[in-house]
Design a protein around this ligand. Structure first.
Ligand SMILES: Nc1ncnc2c1ncn2[C@@H]1O[C@H](COP(=O)(O)OP(=O)(O)OP(=O)(O)O)[C@@H](O)[C@H]1O
Ligand SMILES: [Mg+2]
Length: 254
C-alpha cells in the first residue's frame, strides 16, 4: 500500500529471492523459491510445520546458508562476510523465544548492539532505546530484567531492541506463538503500529486476523515451496491449491 517508489515511479524492490534451493544433507528444505518484496510491503508467510518458513526468512539475513539461487537485500547479494554484515545492518529480526539476555536490564539489552556493533555513544543509544520503549508502550521498564516482565512485555522489548538498530526491514518468526492469548494482542498491536509506520515486514505467523488486516500479500508454503500467494481477500476467499484449502479449513476452524 505504502510501497516507496523509485525514480522511475516503480516500486523499489528491497528483497529479491530467486531460485533458492537449500538442503540439510539429503533433505531438501527449500525448493525453487522466488520472492520479491517491495519497500513498505508487509508479507505474511504461513504453512504447515516443517514447510520451510523459518528457513526461508533466516536465509534473508544469512542465519542459514543455501546451496543454489540468490538472495539480494537492497541490491546486495547475501554472499561473503562483508555483504552479510551490510545486510544484517538493514534487517532486524524477532524470534518466537524473545532471545533477550537475562542478566542484562531492558535498557542494557537495547543499547548493547548499537554501542558494540555500531559504535553509537552510550547516551545516544540510551535515548534511542527509551524512544522505542515508548513506541512499544513500555516506558518506565528500562531498569527491569527480562525475568521480571511478562512474555508479551519481553517480546515487545525484543521488537524495540531490533528497532534500536534502525533496520529498513523487519523479519518476524512466529513472534506470538509462545505467548498466552491475552498477551498476543499487545504484541500484534505493536506490529500493527510498525506496519503503519511504513516498515517493510516479513512475518511468519498463523495469526490470520493480523494477516487479513495488515498483509499486502500472504505466502503459503508447503514442503519447501511457495505453493500460493495472493492479497488477503483472494487468499482467504478464493484459495486454489487443495493443500491451501485444507490448511485454511484447519487453521480457521480455531
Ligand atoms: N538444522 C537442521 N538440520 C536438519 N534439518 C533441519 C534443520 N532445521 C530445520 N530442519 C528441517 O527443515 C524443515 C523445515 O524447517 P523449518 O524450521 O524451516 O520449518 P517451519 O516451516 O518454520 O516449521 P514450524 O512451523 O514448525 O516452525 C523441517 O523438516 C525441519 O525438520
Ligand atoms: Mg518455524
Amino acid at each position: 500500500m505504502s510501497a516507496a517508489t523509485g525514480p522511475a515511479g516503480r516500486s523499489e524492490t528491497v528483497i529479491e529471492i530467486a531460485g533458492l534451493n537449500k538442503w540439510y544433507g539429503e533433505f531438501q528444505v527449500l525448493r525453487d523459491v522466488d520472492l520479491s518484496v517491495a519497500a513498505g510491503e508487509k508479507i505474511v508467510i504461513c504453512g504447515p510445520s516443517g514447510s520451510g518458513k523459518s528457513t526461508l526468512i533466516r536465509c534473508i539475513n544469512a542465519l542459514e546458508d543455501f546451496q543454489a539461487g540468490s538472495v539480494r537485500v537492497e541490491g546486495t547479494p547475501v554472499s561473503d562476510a562483508r555483504a552479510i554484515r551490510k545486510v544484517r545492518a538493514e534487517v532486524g529480526m524477532v524470534f518466537q523465544q524473545f532471545n533477550l539476555f537475562p542478566h542484562l536490564s531492558v535498557l542494557e539489552n537495547l543499547v548493547l548492539a548499537p554501542t558494540r556493533v555500531r559504535g553509537v555513544p552510550l547516551a545516544q543509544a540510551e535515548e534511542t532505546a527509551r524512544h522505542y520503549l515508548e513506541k512499544v508502550k513500555l516506558p518506565g521498564q528500562a531498569h527491569k530484567y527480562p525475568g521480571q516482565l511478562s512474555g508479551g512485555q519481553q517480546q515487545r522489548v525484543a521488537i524495540a531492541r531490533a528497532l534500536c538498530m534502525k533496520p529498513r526491514i523487519m523479519l518476524f518468526d512466529e513472534p506470538t506463538s509462545a505467548l498466552d492469548p491475552e498477551m498476543i494482542h499487545e504484541v500484534l498491536e505493536t506490529m500493527h503500529g510498525l506496519a503503519a509506520s511504513g516498515m517493510t515486514m516479513l512475518c511468519v505467523t498463523h495469526e490470520m486476523g493480523f494477516a487479513r488486516e495488515v498483509a499486502n500479500r500472504i505466502v503459503f508454503m508447503d514442503e519447501g515451496r511457495i505453493v500460493e500467494q495472493a492479497e488477503p481477500a483472494t487468499f482467504f476467499d478464493q484459495p486454489r491449491a487443495e493443500r491451501l484449502k485444507l490448511f485454511l479449513s484447519q487453521i480457521l476452524r480455531h
